[in-house]
Design a protein around this ligand. Structure first.
Ligand code: 5GP
Length: 194
């Protein structure tokens, strides 16, 4: 998605070997106009698959997921990372290791909102090593729900997430695919390879 790639080139900051900071439009300050374009693009890509629900993880997946949900007119669930007074039992849960934060979170979705009748689109902000994706896929499996696809805003194609998600049988679409960070600059996977 050209608009997103241009924004990454303008505002993305490469941290170390393998982390991209995009907190001026996605991870802290949010650009709703760009998020709406992103949501519309996910809706276009996954149209016609009978999807009735979107699942993401708090917090940075919520903005793109909500705009996709708005266009697709389906509800959006965000898996919670933190224990909540109001979300204590009746949960599907999975452990997710975060390599950017170096912690393992237990993510959870209430059984009230997901069951075997659901046909789910997963959405997340980044795909790195695929741990968040596998956690979400596992939660859907526990519910007996069908996963009809995964939409990623920014994929770092030099990490193993895509391979892991594909091996689990889930169809994945990423709006920007980063091939490498070269001298602190982002390069993208070329169209014909994408
Ligand atoms: P994975 O589970 O695929 O290893 O990592 C995906 C999660 O880690 C995303 O939900 C995102 O929050 C975070 N993440 C991974 N890589 C990056 C990155 O380069 N930049 C930012 N901002 N977040 C990342």
């Amino acid at each position: 998605m050209k608009l997103l790639e241009d924004r990454i080139l303008t505002d993305g900051v490469v941290l170390g070997e393998d982390v991209l900071k995009v907190d001026n439009f996605l991870n802290h300050q949010i650009d709703p106009v760009l998020m709406q374009e992103i949501g519309n693009e996910f809706a276009r890509i996954f149209k016609g698959r009978g999807i009735n629900k979107i699942i993401t993880i708090e917090s940075s997946g919520i903005a793109p997921a909500v705009f996709a949900g708005l266009k697709m007119e389906v509800p959006v669930i965000f898996a919670r990372k933190h224990k909540s007074l109001t979300l204590t039992d009746n949960l599907y849960s999975a452990s997710v290791y975060s390599f950017t934060k170096n912690v393992t979170n237990e993510i959870a979705v209430s059984k009230n909102f997901l069951d075997a009748s659901d046909n789910v689109l997963l959405i997340d902000d980044f795909l790195a090593n695929g741990q968040a994706a596998i956690g979400l896929i596992d939660i859907c499996k526990q519910a007996g729900a069908k996963v009809s696809g995964m939409g990623i805003v920014i994929e770092k194609s030099f990490q193993k997430g895509r391979q892991i998600v594909e091996e689990s049988g889930v169809d994945i679409a990423s709006l920007a695919r980063i091939e490498a960070f070269v001298d602190g600059k982002v390069t993208f996977v070329k169209e014909e390879e994408a």
